[in-house]
Each structure stands twice: as C-alpha cells, then as structure tokens.
Design a protein around this ligand. Structure first.
Ligand SMILES: Cc1cc2nc3c(=O)[nH]c(=O)nc-3n(C[C@H](O)[C@H](O)[C@H](O)COP(=O)(O)O)c2cc1C
Length: 338
C-alpha cells in the first residue's frame, strides 16, 4: 500500500472517528513517541518527496513544502516531521506565558469543503518550556537538518499595549534556537492580536524585534491575515521593508465563513480549500509589489493548488488542513506535480 492509500484507508478513518482535537492529540502523541525511535523514523522516510533544493532568506531548503504553524505548537515531534519529508517545520504559536487556550470544543471539521474552523486561542506550553525542550533536542543527535521556524504570538493575559514586551521576551529565549522566527499578528482567536497589523503598532513591534535581533541575527518573518484591504497590505509591506523583515507568511486563517453556510455563525478561523483563492490573491498582491520572499499558506491540498501558489510568486509553501485530509502522501504529490 502506498502512503496515500495507507492514510486514506486506515489512518484517516481512525482519526476522523474521533473529535478533531482528540484526533490531533492522538497524532501528536504518536509522532512525539516516534521522534525518539530511530528505527521507526527510518520507516517514515518512505513518505519523503524528491529533493528540490533552494535557498530562501539565507537558509537552504531541501524541498519547498513545510508544515504550517499550529500543528506542532510545542515542538514535540520535530524529528518525525523531518522523517516524513517536510522541507521545513514551523513550530508554535508559542507565547511568553503558558496558557490553556479557549474552552472546548474549539476545532470543527467540514469534510465536504475539506476545511476546518478553529478557535484554539494559542494553547501552548509557553516560551520557557518550549525553549528548554528545543535546547535538549539541539544538544541531542536528533535535531534534523531541515530549517526549523518558531512562530511567536502574544499571551492572552498581556494587555495589547504591552504586546511588544511579550514578543520580545519569547524572541530573546527562542530566536537563538530557531533557524527563522515568525511574528504572528494574524490569528483571529486572541482578542486584539490582529490590531498589531495596524501601521503604528506594527512599526513599534518590528523596530523592537530588530533591536533584539542584533545578537541572534535570525531571519524574521511576519504572518498576515487574509482579511486585510490592499491599502492595509501595502502599509504592511512598506513597514516590513523598512524594518528588516526577511519575508512574509501569507496567509493565516480567515474570518470569512461564507463558503460554508452551516458555519456562518461559528466563531474562529477558517482554513483549507475555501481559503485557497483568497490566500493566492494575497501572495500575488505581495510579490507584485515587493521582492520580499513569500511563504504561501492557505488551501494547499494537491499539486494544482501548490502550483497556483508558485505561479503567484511564492518561494515556499506550508500545509496544514490539506495534510489533515490527505495525509503524508500529499508531499510527494505536490513535489511531483508542481
Ligand atoms: C487547528 C489549527 C491551528 C492553527 N494554529 C495556528 C497557530 O498557532 N499559529 C499560526 O500562525 N497559525 C495557525 N494556524 C493557521 C495555519 O498555520 C495556516 O496558516 C492556515 O490554516 C492556512 O493553511 P491551510 O489552509 O493549509 O490550513 C492553525 C490552523 C489550524 C487549522
């Protein structure tokens, strides 16, 4: 049985018989356990796509398909993701303080549309615990060769006026352990977070991180929402260019649920196929206005949607919802067809 068939016929039915969050936790628990088992890691390597190396913001990627933020929020299964063939992995969102996230249920599946809505609210172990975990992994022989990004967000209890200190705290701890850092100002599930995309607030954040990065000197990217106007996007691009940002991750989940009539009133961010077009438009809007490299995220679920992102000018791709529906075979399909 090939990877795609194994996932579709065996693994996915088991996972989809559980609630979305229970399925996620089961997958993460298994991948975490496997991460400590070299012989099983070697078995997973069957899923790996062909090499297609490239250098983006100074880092070498063996293939351009990465795991998007939010799948491995705490960085517990990094060796397994590398063995599965991801060209890079973005862990997080990590916040300065550990936090439980919003009440459950908080992830919802829409299989007909191959979509998800989530309102997790940055449930994570916090920057101190994640830094200690990554330090141990770096010191072991199991740190993978692929680039590891760390996605940072704001702790819920920190008032928005103090957001900069919150990001700086996490950045100071985690940037030395990362290959690149993403400032996430676009998740819809932390009140006020998206207001950090507004010009004055964004410039303050980017300037503070730039100062802090004088020691670590890591590529710092910004992850944006797909619910911005073109005027807002242009201001963001200008701020990124002026403040040494190395690239843009476009996009996060959308608040526009119109593609799923039954979910119009469901709170949270929509991801998967219904996000594809909008996120591609954002990739094109950025690459036509700037030479900043773009990591495309949003609705990549097969070779055609991946090709569309490259044609819009993306340098790298990230998958989340497509991987939930299609499984590990997705990477090979994209690599062969894009
Ligand atoms: C359950 C879930 C949790 C997510 N958590 C995060 C997160 O913590 N930080 C973040 O930047 N993006 C998060 N995302 C957004 C994804 O990284 C990605 O940008 C978005 O889902 C669009 O890609 P997709 O259509 O391939 O899923 C999450 C998405 C999902 C579905």
């Amino acid at each position: 049985m090939n990877a795609e068939a194994l996932y579709q016929r065996l693994v996915r039915p088991i996972l989809f018989s559980l609630s979305p969050e229970a399925a996620h936790n089961l997958a993460i628990r298994n991948l975490r356990a496997i991460s400590a088992l070299p012989s099983v890691l070697r078995q997973l390597e069957r899923f790996q796509p062909a090499l297609s190396p490239r250098t983006v913001f100074g880092l070498t990627f063996l293939n351009p398909i990465g795991l998007a933020a939010g799948f491995d929020k705490n960085g517990v299964a990094i060796p397994a993701w590398a063995a599965l063939g991801f060209g890079f992995v973005e862990i997080g969102t990590v916040t300065a303080k550990a936090q439980p996230g919003n009440p459950k249920p908080r992830i919802f599946r829409y299989p007909e549309q191959e979509a998800l809505i989530n309102r997790l609210g940055f449930n994570n172990d916090g920057a101190d615990v994640v830094a200690a975990r990554l330090r141990r992994l770096r010191e072991s022989s199991r740190w993978p060769v692929i680039p590891i990004g760390i996605n940072l967000g704001k702790s819920k209890i920190t008032p928005i006026e103090n957001a900069v200190e919150d990001y700086v705290y996490s950045f100071r701890l985690l940037a030395p352990l990362a290959d690149y850092v993403v400032l996430n100002v676009s998740s819809p599930n932390t009140p006020g977070l998206r207001s950090l995309q507004e010009h004055a607030a964004l410039v303050q954040l980017l300037a503070a991180i730039r100062r802090e990065n004088e020691t670590a000197r890591k590529p710092v990217l910004l992850k944006i929402a797909p619910d911005l106007s073109i005027a807002e996007l242009e201001q963001i691009i200008a701020a990124c260019e002026q403040h040494g940002i190395a690239g843009i991750v476009a996009t996060n989940t959308t608040l526009d649920h119109s593609a799923i009539p039954s979910a119009r009133d469901q709170t949270g961010g929509l991801s998967g196929r219904p996000l594809r077009k909008k996120s591609t438009e954002f990739v094109r809007a950025i690459t036509s206005r700037s030479s900043l490299p773009v990591i495309a995220s949003g609705g990549i679920a097969d070779a055609a949607s991946a090709r569309e992102k490259f044609e819009a000018g993306a340098q790298l791709l990230q998958v989340y919802t497509g991987y939930v529906y299609r499984g590990p075979g997705l990477l090979r399909e994209i690599a062969q067809g894009s």
